[in-house]
Ligand binder design. Structure first.
Ligand code: OTU
Length: 646
């Protein structure tokens, strides 16, 4: 069938299933997305069907389910769709701020989260990522990342009604709810997996299953391992099936088979259904793993990108106000593709975690040298319009060092040794101030990830004096300062605003004991803000954090779409970065070392490309001081400056 006919036929199906008053809007959106949507689906799935008629029939069913989602979209969300379509860059402003927490650790349950809204507002949060809150597998469930039902809330957190109530409260407070959408796998007790185990051929095809080890062995020659110590290998033998099932993560998380069009269709409608519940941002978990190809590490495959592009076109048609966020923990060079490209125009996710920047920030702190961080920044290209990075210091996972291998290999040191040294330092070896721990690695020589709360890693836990405490505080704020100034949406990890420490209680919880990431998933403690005593360390951090956040909102130069330029500094412990337009930039200077550094400001500016040299003749100021045009800046250990020309 000629493409035009296919396109018209799908449009016809879509429009006949929605009320008349919606048709023109939907048609406009469809026309914009049709070629990505249909060409993409054709490329992925046409060959699966016996003939073209069967494929077209499948497409029509997909259009019907799209139409059903469009009809079910509540009026308030449709209004949001419209408002955001008028300002598609709404999430790139310097006013955007994320916060990330487990609903139960933060507030007991979903209702409890409503009572925390004042705290979020005080920080200026506009986006709340609640870690998985859907019904998860009974027993061990990877902190909810083993989903048993996409349309049910975990009973201990509340009900769908509670979710809808929460999202409307958040919306009223100007906060978008972000939910994980775990699209790579489901729990082994999800209805699809249960049906498969009972021998249902249709559902067996939702997964990758092999009668013997031949295929798995072949694949494993080139596959990595995510949890090598507690979940070695990528395949699990399932006694009910007497077969090997692909399980990239834990054995109870079965990878979905996206070569099967039914999987794609069901997942797309699960996503739209959640969007209609009021979820505004989807954190697409483990996106890198969606497509398997023999002879590769089965990450970042072109088809994985195609799946994301098609999902984007679907959400742009049915729920254009929502955002897709890629969680792909991959090397710097692989990251930008998840945000699509401008030439040729290819839209994918709106947001992506900048995991290299995060890891590089920590590495610079440990090495007291910013060379690698600068390399990562240089390797971060200008993004397509209306996309943004998610910048962060900590999240619920370990800090994975492997993403930095390409940059780490540019130095003189051996990569393995270099990254291991960082990981050991953060685990507290030698005379380190850090009090984190090592996460699993695939063999004794491999590099371990790092777990622990930011405060433990920056030295709060080991501080023996007021000076130690002060240095720890500066390190924590320095790393956060980088995420605030880099350009993207910064994310505060729950508890960091009070420098909350590690939580070793997980060792006593059977379902958590084997996974040391629980070390940095504490219960929220708000005692810190209830005190006004300035001597209270937590209150001090909180106030400093509020101050930086307030400053950030003040500077449009820090918006995600503003240019970024590194300046050359003789002292490699210093990072100097210009942000914003040529006429009125903001200069971020950060000293990643325990030694004070003196810098000549004009010299630093002359090291940049145009227009930095012209700026050398100018006076600069921060919120406290005005600096003369020939200023020498004295930057205290672990300190930062945010300067703008007078
Ligand atoms: C993601 O993680 C989640 O963030 C983890 O919490 C889950 O355990 C995992 O998926 C499975 O759902 O590789 O890009 O600590 O960094 O597993 C996906 C290891 C991932 C995580 C890693 C990560």
């Amino acid at each position: 069938m000629p493409f035009q006919n296919l396109r018209d036929r799908c449009l016809h199906t879509l429009l006949t299933h929605i009320p008349e008053e919606m048709r023109s809007g939907v048609q406009i959106r469809y026309e914009k997305q049709a070629s990505v949507l249909l060409n993409g689906l054709q490329r992925l799935y046409r060959h699966i069907f016996a003939d073209e008629a069967a494929f077209t029939h499948w497409l029509e069913q997909l259009m019907q389910s799209l139409a059903a989602a469009i009809c079910a979209r509540p009026a308030a969300l449709r209004q949001l769709d419209e408002a955001r379509s008028r300002h598609p860059d709404w999430f790139t402003s310097q006013n955007m701020l994320g916060y990330c927490a487990y609903a139960d650790r933060f507030a007991g349950d979903l209702q409890g989260v409503i009572s925390r809204i004042p705290h979020l507002r005080e920080l200026g949060v506009t986006y709340l990522h609640l870690l998985p809150f859907l019904k998860a597998r009974a027993g061990e469930n990877d902190g909810g990342f083993a989903v048993a039902d996409f349309d049910e809330i975990a009973p201990h957190l509340g009900s769908m009604q509670d979710l809808q109530e929460l999202t409307s409260h958040l919306r009223a407070a100007g906060i978008s709810l972000c939910s994980d959408f775990i699209l790579n796998h489901v729990a082994d007790d999800h209805a699809w997996a249960r049906a498969a185990r009972e021998g249902d051929a249709h559902y067996k095809n939702y997964f990758y299953h092999y009668p013997d080890r031949r295929q798995p062995d072949l694949f494993e020659q080139t596959l990595g391992q995510v949890f090598p110590q507690v979940a070695p290998g990528n395949f699990s033998f399932v006694p009910d099936l007497q077969e090997w099932v692909w399980t990239t993560f834990y054995p109870y998380q079965w990878d979905l088979n996206y070569t099967n069009p039914a999987v794609f269709a069901d997942m797309a409608s699960a996503l739209l259904q959640l969007a209609n519940r009021g979820v505004e941002v989807f954190r697409l978990d483990s996106t890198a793993f969606l497509w398997k190809r023999p002879g590769t590490n089965c990450m970042n495959q072109p088809e994985a990108h195609l799946i994301l592009q098609i999902l984007r076109s679907i959400s742009d048609i049915a729920a254009p106000g929502i955002l897709l966020k890629a969680e792909a923990i991959v090397p710097t060079a692989e990251l930008p593709a998840y945000l699509g490209s401008e030439f040729p125009a290819k839209r994918e996710c709106h947001l992506a975690y900048h995991s290299s920047l995060m890891a590089a920030g920590w590495l610079s702190m440990v090495e007291q040298d910013t060379a690698l961080l600068q390399e990562v920044i240089r390797g971060t290209p200008v993004l397509p319009p209306n996309t943004s990075w998610l910048t962060y210091v900590r999240c619920h996972d370990d800090i994975g060092w492997n993403v930095l291998r390409p940059e780490a290999s540019l130095g003189k040191q051996d990569v393995q040794q270099r990254l291991s040294a960082v990981s050991r330092f953060l685990a507290g070896e030698g005379d380190s101030y850090a009090r984190g721990a090592s996460f699993q690695a695939s063999d004794p020589d491999a590099v371990h990830g790092t777990v622990g709360m930011a405060s433990a890693l920056t030295g709060f836990a080991s501080a023996a004096s007021a000076t130690d405490m002060q240095m720890a505080a500066r390190r924590l704020l320095l790393l956060y300062g980088l995420t605030f100034c880099f350009g993207g949406m910064p994310l505060i990890y729950m508890g960091d605003e009070f420098a909350q420490g590690n939580d070793t209680a997980y060792q006593q919880v059977a379902a958590h004991a084997l996974d040391s990431r629980w070390l940095h998933r504490p219960l929220w403690q708000d005692t810190a803000i209830s005190t006004t005593q300035v001597s209270n360390q937590a209150a001090q951090i909180y106030n400093s954090m509020l101050h930086l956040l307030q400053l950030r909102r003040h500077f449009p130069q820090l918006a995600a779409d503003q240019p970024r330029q590194l300046l050359h500094c003789e002292e490699s412990s210093v990072l100097a970065m210009l942000r914003g337009s040529a006429g009125a930039p903001l200069l971020f200077i950060a000293n990643f070392s325990d030694q004070a550094v003196t810098l000549n400001l004009p010299e630093l500016l002359r090291s940049g490309q145009s227009p930095a040299p012209e700026l050398a003749q100018q006076c600069w100021h921060n919120e406290f001081n005005q600096l003369p045009a020939d200023a020498n800046l004295n930057i205290q250990p672990w300190s930062q400056y945010w300067l703008t020309p007078v």
